[in-house]
Design a protein around this ligand. Structure first.
Ligand code: GDP
Length: 371
């Protein structure tokens, strides 16, 4: 048998300076190596789990079936919709037992680093943490904010955590519905803390606010500058403002910013009845202030449960979700109606040309839609 040798690009005068070796492959006779004819590659059929398989798997906390259950609710295929709804219907009574936390902030505010540190801390306390995301850009680009490889490296390896990148939009309701349903599935699987992340660019904060118990905003130092660009509305949605990256040379400035926010918060409407939204400082690098964030959330939960505000919030959210889904469905059926599809381009031209009023156009379309 031939021996291993040094690669040809190594220096022949100093072979010991090159650690690579080219290993000789196994020799065999041509007979045994002959390629079998008429054998075609066949795609292996993977058996789709039934609703019952998924239900049992989720309740047992089987991660692979949990992931498949979420994939099912995220599917844009119409035939998956019914199956997903059957599964959710079964899982619904088992859900609702987690504290749902929304996290937002501009890109670079340190959201993923915070979730990594905060999530690891919660896991060390014995909690089970599911991280979901709403990506406001995904409906346009099909992208995914939690999709990038290097984020939350430790947390993604922690057996007590489950991280799910944001779904892409599609028909039959969008990202909003899918994230909500993924959250219910994670709760049924026994995750008791749900973290939902979004990039703070406007619309998505309102969507998240409508599905979580506690909502926090990550900001950086320099409240004055930031507040000018940031809509007051977003601050009014928050139950806590975290002045992040309060470490090293930035610590003092962060403290100053915290005070400024507290001054502003004093004049704003609180997001939750009976709860005073305050600003705090923390650092995901030094971990300073991280346990305080959890203490604040726990005290929020305790207060909210006692006063009934949390229960009330969840009821309101369920009601709003119902109406949001009705609107989604109506839109879907309206724009997929053949009559509407055929007539809309002409009517659109007529409206643009000023030949038809918008009200008449809508009236015509609805007459077609309603048959
Ligand atoms: P995201 O876009 O909001 O998810 O922000 P990232 O988590 O990707 O963080 C953006 C940058 O801020 C990265 O370079 C992080 O290393 C850095 N960063 C995150 N958290 C902290 C922190 O607590 N302290 C400091 N000094 N830097 C941080």
């Amino acid at each position: 048998m031939a021996t291993d040798h040094k690669p040809e690009w190594s220096d022949p005068n100093h072979p010991d300076k090159c650690s690579s070796v080219v290993r000789k492959g196994l020799e065999h006779d041509d007979q045994s190596a002959s390629i079998q004819k008429n054998v075609r590659f066949q795609k292996r059929r993977t058996l789709e789990p039934t609703v019952d398989d998924l239900y049992d798997g989720v309740l047992k906390g089987d991660r692979s079936l949990l992931a498949r259950a979420i994939t099912l609710v995220e599917s844009n295929a119409e035939h998956h919709f019914q199956k997903a709804q059957q599964l959710l219907q079964k899982l619904l009574p088992k859900s609702g037992n987690a504290i749902r936390i929304g996290i937002t902030g501009v890109p670079g505010a340190g959201k993923s680093t915070f979730i990594e540190t905060f999530g690891m801390y919660l896991c060390s306390l014995g909690h089970r943490v599911a991280v979901l995301a709403i990506d406001p850009s995904s409906s346009l680009s099909g992208g995914s904010i939690l999709g990038d490889k290097t984020r939350m490296e430790q947390l993604s390896r922690n057996p007590r955590a489950f991280i799910r990148p944001s779904p892409t939009a599609g028909k039959l309701g969008g990202v909003h519905r899918k994230t909500r349903e993924a959250m219910l599935i994670c709760e049924a699987a026994g995750f008791d803390v749900i973290l939902i992340e979004t990039v703070g660019v406007g619309q998505s904060e309102v969507i998240i606010r409508d599905m979580v118990d506690f909502f926090m905003l990550l900001v950086l130092t320099g409240a004055g500058d930031e507040l000018q660009g940031m809509k007051k509305g977003i601050i009014e949605l928050a139950d806590a403002i975290l002045v992040h990256k309060a470490d090293g040379a930035n610590k003092q400035a962060a403290e100053q910013t915290r005070k400024e926010y507290n001054r502003i918060l004093h004049f704003l409407h609180p997001a939750t009845k009976g709860w005073a939204t305050k600003a705090y400082t923390c650092s995901s690098l030094t971990k300073e202030g991280i346990s305080d964030v959890w203490n604040v959330i726990q005290s929020f939960e305790e207060n909210g449960k006692k006063s009934g505000v949390l229960d009330e919030r969840r009821k309101t959210q369920a009601k709003e979700w119902l109406y949001a889904m009705i609107t989604d469905q109506l839109q879907f059926y309206f724009f997929h109606n053949n009559g509407v599809k055929n007539t809309l381009p002409t009517i659109e031209k007529e409206v643009i040309a000023g030949e038809k009023t918008v009200a008449t156009a809508v009236d015509t379309l609805f007459t077609i839609f309603l048959g």
